[in-house]
Design a protein around this ligand. Structure first.
Ligand code: DAH
Length: 344
């Protein structure tokens, strides 16, 4: 009997030593396994005392339980000590230096197309124009019909225009912002000075064409507006947009909704007129279409062409942004690569 309790005391002592010399959690678990775990030395020892008398078994069992409780307690204290030590070591490594400068999150900015659009709008607002909008999904009537674009006009071709399959009638993704001319004239009476910015869509894609792009339309209707007013306005606009003193050139052209019509070129922003690849050696860059509103258009909106005259113009926003920043591929605007966008 004496042997039995001594044996337990001995195992307890060994176990406590193993616990106290443990350096890591795994040393500690190892000690537990060896001495007081389910298959540890104490449990194994107890198996061997099954043959003792009942009274004896009780006493041995009680002393074994006490031994295990002591070992468990020592185990728990040591575990806490080891973890605390590790925590301290980590804190030493991870100390925060509050005097270091902060890391600022990267700040975005407006897209170059939005910025160019906003600049164009701001210039015309300063010149007394107000903004009018219209839907991007547009009726054939506004996009073509009322702009005097005949049924067989090539712009109406399936190859150029996105038609919308819709049982209710002829709908297209607007191919230009000109339909807003009709909508604004239907909604208001002259005098009118309006700009109409927005996205437009065409079945077209290469380095200078994107299936979605932006235009700004402008028009004015009043009594006795002349082409001189149009030229003066566009001169003013181009001076503000591209720099004072840049010569403009009006080239006769054709649009179904203006008569006469013109295309406007500015002196090449790259070579200043001496000829380069961008202007194809012409010294000029086309930036917009314009003209005097065709009297036929007034017929669609109930204006009297004997009483009112007006001008209209339309420009591509991406094209203007490309010219100003020397960008050669329109698709760069829509890939949204921050390495490209962050330059503007
Ligand atoms: N709508 C034309 C286009 O998309 C551009 C244009 C030309 C607009 C002449 C006008 C204009 O208002 O008078 O190509």
């Amino acid at each position: 009997m004496q042997d039995t309790t001594e044996r337990i005391a001995l195992l307890t002592e060994e176990g406590l030593r193993a616990i106290s010399s443990a350096k890591t959690e795994s040393d500690l678990l190892d000690a537990k396994g060896r001495y007081f775990g389910k298959k540890g030395a104490i449990s194994e020892f107890l198996k061997g005392v099954a043959s003792l008398a009942v009274e004896e078994r009780k006493r041995v069992g009680a002393s074994a339980n006490e031994a295990r409780a002591n070992l468990e307690a020592a185990f728990a204290r040591k575990l806490e000590e080891i973890r605390e030590g590790e925590r301290k070591a980590r804190e030493g490594l991870e100390r925060i230096d509050v005097t270091l400068p902060g890391r600022a999150p990267p700040l975005g900015h407006r897209h170059p197309v939005s910025r160019t659009m906003a600049e164009i709008i701001a210039i015309f607002q300063r010149l007394g124009f107000s903004i009018h909008g219209g839907p991007e999904i547009e009726k054939d009537y506004y996009n073509f019909e009322a702009l005097n674009i005949p049924k067989d006009h090539p712009a109406r071709d399936m190859q150029d225009t996105f038609y919308i399959d819709w049982p209710g009638g002829d709908l297209v993704l607007r191919t230009h912002t000109s339909p807003i001319q009709i909508r604004a004239m239907e909604a208001m009476r002259p005098p009118l000075r309006v700009i109409a910015p927005g996205a437009v869509y065409r079945c077209d894609s290469d380095v200078t064409h994107s299936p979605m792009f932006h235009q700004v339309e402008g028009f004015a209707v009043d009594r006795s507006i002349t082409m001189g007013d149009l030229k003066g306005l566009l001169n003013e606009f181009c001076g503000m947009m591209f720099g004072e003193g840049k010569p403009l050139r009006f080239r006769p052209s054709f649009f179904p909704f203006t008569e006469p019509s013109a295309e406007v070129d500015i002196r090449c922003v790259i070579c200043d007129g001496s000829g380069c690849r961008v202007c194809q050696d012409s010294g000029w860059l086309e930036i917009l279409g314009c003209g005097m509103i065709d009297p036929a258009v007034y017929g669609f909106v109930g204006y009297d062409p004997e009483e009112f005259t007006g001008f209209a113009f339309g420009m591509g926003v991406e094209r203007i942004a490309m010219l100003r920043h020397g960008i050669s591929d329109i698709r760069l605007f829509f890939e949204n690569d921050p390495r490209f966008l962050s330059q503007f």
